[in-house]
Design a protein around this ligand. Structure first.
Ligand code: AMP
Ligand code: ZN
Length: 112
């Protein structure tokens, strides 16, 4: 796993800064967004430091597939069983703030 020393999400992966973690396996962790924009606002991140969706290639196919398969499971387990939005902000024009690939899961009643 190639961690980036300046990356806040790599620091969460390595336990160097705290997060409200809800899930972890060999390839991913998921935690509550620190500034929730919906009643349920989760982030799923690969442990591997991938800057953004603009930095993926065919070698990441399986990882990306697994990440999306996790989304409904974690949504259901964390209060968004009746539906949710998924969001991946990519690059400056895509509003990306943290340059470590992550999927937002937004759910609960006011998930707009
Ligand atoms: P974006 O890169 O625009 O998709 O958004 C990054 C998201 O990460 C924002 O929703 C932030 O609130 C969230 N975030 C930033 N730092 C932390 C942190 N230490 N723990 C949890 N969420 C964070
Ligand atoms: Zn990182």
């Amino acid at each position: 796993m190639s961690a980036d020393q300046n990356c806040i999400f790599c620091k969460i992966v390595q336990g160097q800064i705290p997060a409200k973690k809800i899930y972890e396996d060999e390839d991913f962790i998921a935690f509550h967004d620190i500034h929730p924009r919906a009643p349920v606002h989760l982030l799923i991140i690969p442990k591997l430091h991938i800057e953004s969706l603009q930095h993926v290639d065919a070698s990441h196919r399986e990882l990306l597939g697994k990440m999306l398969v996790l989304a409904p499971k974690l949504a259901a387990e964390n209060g968004a069983a009746d539906g949710f939005k998924t969001l991946i902000n990519t690059g400056p024009a895509g509003g990306q703030e943290v340059y470590h690939l992550h999927v937002h899961i937004l759910g609960g009643k006011a998930s707009a």
